[in-house]
Design a protein around this ligand. Structure first.
Ligand SMILES: [Zn+2]
Length: 299
């Protein structure tokens, strides 16, 4: 919000007067906003604006007459679609404290959790078997941007169904063509690569973007798979340490969500119950759902 005001000259006496009245908190807010924008230009500033204590500064500025459009400033955020939630992937900007490991020796890195001090959690939803309007409605209601690891053979009957999640700010990622949970043991490099590349092409064709992240069917991976994932053009293999399953949370570590956890769930019949379990855990832990790709810089 304040970023949008940067074009307004700040050297006018009345502006300075307003600032002196408002005191340090406004200056701090401006500084944080500016810093966030300069360090992460691709992220929307809308969340940063929303986190300000709006009534004081905005009211004072409006009264001063310097920024007559301040009440309409949220519309300054670029919006790719008219959907209200489309710009709300990252609601606040974060100073990065995690670096995605690079591809070394031709092998894609494997991520099970993001080591971060920021109060964030990442929701990932797999396969795509059960396609209900309820799942679209719930994710919109909670405003959860999610990474959707979809399998071509499970979505081929209705790929357009997932466009609604795209419009909400979620991204489609790669979960192979056939979902062979034994692919690591049964297949060599070329067969794995074919099953991975096939989904890359399918996703590009139907959703207009090449996936950057890969989730192995069943979660098993190997060096051969890591090589195939890198060769297919993706940045990382993403597994998990927590999942919402059968209407409850399962943790591989501890008994609650932690900052940086990657949570697995599925498009299953029990979607609503699983999402309710996740939401309860997310709220209890005081974590914000942000898009993994945004946090990693691979959106
Ligand atoms: Zn799966």
């Amino acid at each position: 919000m304040f970023g949008g005001h940067s074009a307004v000259p700040v050297s006018t006496p009345s502006r300075r007067a307003v600032f002196s009245v408002l005191g340090a908190s406004v200056v701090a807010g401006l500084t944080a906003c500016t810093a966030a924008q300069s360090s992460t230009p691709a992220l929307t500033p809308s969340g940063a604006a929303g986190s300000h204590e709006a009534p004081g500064p905005n009211g004072a500025l409006a009264v001063g007459g310097e920024v007559p459009t301040s009440s309409a400033s949220p519309t300054l955020t670029p919006s790719p679609t008219p959907t209200p939630t489309a710009t709300k992937r990252i609601r606040r900007t974060f100073i990065p404290d995690y670096q995605l490991p690079p591809i070394i020796g031709g092998l894609a890195p494997v991520i099970t959790k993001i080591e971060t001090k920021h109060p964030v959690v990442f929701l990932t939803i797999d396969d795509g078997n059960i396609k209900t309007p309820e799942s679209i409605k719930l994710l919109a209601e909670y405003d959860y941007p999610s990474s959707l690891f979809l399998t071509r053979d499970t979505i081929a009957d209705n790929p357009a169904f997932f466009n609604a999640f795209k419009a909400q700010g979620s991204l489609i990622e790669n979960h192979t063509v056939t979902h062979n949970i034994n692919m690591v043991r049964q297949w060599g490099y070329q067969q794995q690569l074919n099953d991975i590349v096939g989904m890359q092409e399918y996703a590009l064709q139907h959703y207009g973007r090449r996936p950057t992240l890969f989730r192995p069917p069943g979660g098993a991976y190997s060096s051969v798979m890591r090589q195939a994932v890198a060769d297919a053009g993706m940045k990382a293999i993403v597994t998990w340490e927590a999942k919402a399953n059968a209407g409850k949370m399962d943790y591989q570590v501890g008994n609650s969500l932690r900052p940086g956890d990657i949570v697995l769930m599925h498009f299953r019949a029990e979607f609503a119950a699983d999402l309710a379990a996740f939401r309860a855990a997310q709220l209890a832990a005081g974590l914000e759902v942000v898009l993994l790709e945004d946090f990693l810089g691979v959106a």
